[in-house]
Design a binder for this molecule. Structure first.
Ligand SMILES: NC(=O)C1=CN([C@@H]2O[C@H](COP(=O)(O)OP(=O)(O)OC[C@H]3O[C@@H](n4cnc5c(N)ncnc54)[C@H](OP(=O)(O)O)[C@@H]3O)[C@@H](O)[C@H]2O)C=CC1
Ligand SMILES: CC(=O)N[C@@H](CCC(=O)OP(=O)(O)O)C(=O)O
Length: 357
């Protein structure tokens, strides 16, 4: 039986409590008989007036990322929650979100609502879009780029991990006309947790340890998402070469981006632009000149560390960008987005610090 997990997570000033339970099937949801166990404040036995958050898919890696203290206490339903993190596999999510009450604010971590163009979704994900009407109201949740739109959104599509690590350095450079749109090459690497918790032979320790491999060459489903974000920044179509690799590590992601600078532009111009763009941002950090970002620096944190280097070939630059795929690449950015949607300080629940080099 296909099930989703439900975790209710209540937090406000001075209180932070969580619960897990499992909800019945999508079929049952459609019948309006959804029944969930959830939690209340252990002292008062009531949900306090704070933001009450349900997590669908709480048994998975992204769903459990922010939920260490879960206690199942009582039965409830969606009328007892204000917001939902949907951490379910893509392909299952459109039907489920369509069935949720419209009163809920939703951050969807799956890829199901990230592509504006329905036909592009259908082409890259190989299935019909099941909620095209809902798609029209979706805001793409790359927080630092679309914060103003996210503030008033009801349904946010949280970006994929690779697209997050790639768009954060490139969008400001594209908007400032500092780089050529042709010949952008992205070589990216991910820890195995990026593939989720589900058991797959390809992700066995024996298959992964002591080696790396490329996958999805020329056809990884994050290509249209990356190109959508970069093309929006450019106001014209950008295409990229993107190859992801699976690394023998649990979490962490690096994108190395090779590009051509616009005529007359220098590495220092790129550096200064990124500095200006992110100087007021808590979670995106341009490192000191020459310092190489490492996945260890950002492990467990919601930070993206970036730097830009001159290539040996004149006129070209190399950018490296690192994130934790489960945090800034998923659950952390989702919480950052919900904070923006609720008008909370953006770093609420995201205080875990990176290791600054
Ligand atoms: N892992 C990562 O780094 C990132 C993941 N994402 C996206 O976030 C979402 C969750 O990813 P992740 O946590 O890694 O995935 P996991 O595989 O770790 O967890 C998936 C969750 O969904 C539940 N589930 C599985 N199949 C169904 C179904 N058919 N109907 C209802 N529930 C189902 C699982 O429940 P059960 O335990 O019962 O199987 C589990 O709770 C995915 O869409 C993923 O693509 C986004 C960015 C990064
Ligand atoms: C290592 C690994 O398998 N990573 C996943 C991407 C994880 C992620 O961001 O994916 P979503 O688009 O599903 O949210 C992949 O390449 O499909």
């Amino acid at each position: 039986m296909s099930t989703a997990s439900f975790t209710s997570n209540f937090f406000g000033t001075g209180c932070f409590w969580k619960v897990e339970s499992r909800i019945s099937t999508v079929k049952k949801q459609n019948e309006g008989k959804m029944f969930v166990k959830c939690a209340v404040n252990t002292k008062t036995q009531k949900p306090e007036k704070a933001v009450r958050i349900g997590v669908l898919g709480a048994s998975g890696y992204t769903g459990s990322e922010d939920l260490p203290d879960m206690v199942a206490i009582k039965d409830t339903n969606f009328s007892d929650v204000d917001a939902v993190f949907c951490c379910l596999p893509h392909g299952t999510t459109q039907e489920i979100i369509k069935a949720l009450p419209r009163s809920l604010k939703i951050v969807d971590l799956s890829a199901d609502f990230r592509l504006r163009d329905i036909s592009e979704y259908e082409e890259w994900y190989g299935q019909a879009h099941r909620a095209p009407d809902l798609q029209k109201e979706v805001v793409y949740g790359l927080t630092e780029v679309l914060r103003e739109e996210i503030k008033s959104a009801r349904l946010v599509a949280n970006p994929g991990c690779y697209p997050t690590s790639i768009q954060l350095p490139l969008v400001p450079l594209i908007k400032a006309n500092l780089i050529e749109y042709r010949n952008i090459i992205i070589d990216a690497k991910s820890g195995v947790s990026g593939a989720g918790r589900g058991a797959k032979e390809a992700n066995l320790y024996t298959e992964i340890a002591e080696g790396i491999y490329s996958y999805g060459i020329t056809r990884h489903r994050h290509v249209p998402e990356i190109e959508q974000g970069l093309s929006d920044a450019a106001n014209s179509k950008i295409t990229v070469s993107f190859t992801p690799h699976l690394m023998p590590m649990i979490r962490g992601m690096q994108s190395t981006i090779y590009l051509e600078m616009a005529p007359g532009v220098t590495i220092e111009d790129l550096y200064q632009q990124l500095k200006i763009s992110y100087e007021d941002e808590e979670f995106v950090v341009l490192l000191e000149r020459g310092v190489v970002p490492r996945t260890h620096n950002v492990r467990g944190s919601n930070y993206c560390f970036i730097n830009v280097f001159p290539d040996r070939i004149p006129g070209r630059a190399i950018i490296t960008s690192v994130i934790d795929n489960l945090v800034k690449g998923a659950s952390g950015q989702a919480l950052q987005n919900l904070n923006v949607m609720m008008g909370y300080p953006e770093n609420t629940g995201l205080l875990y610090q990176p290791l600054f080099p």
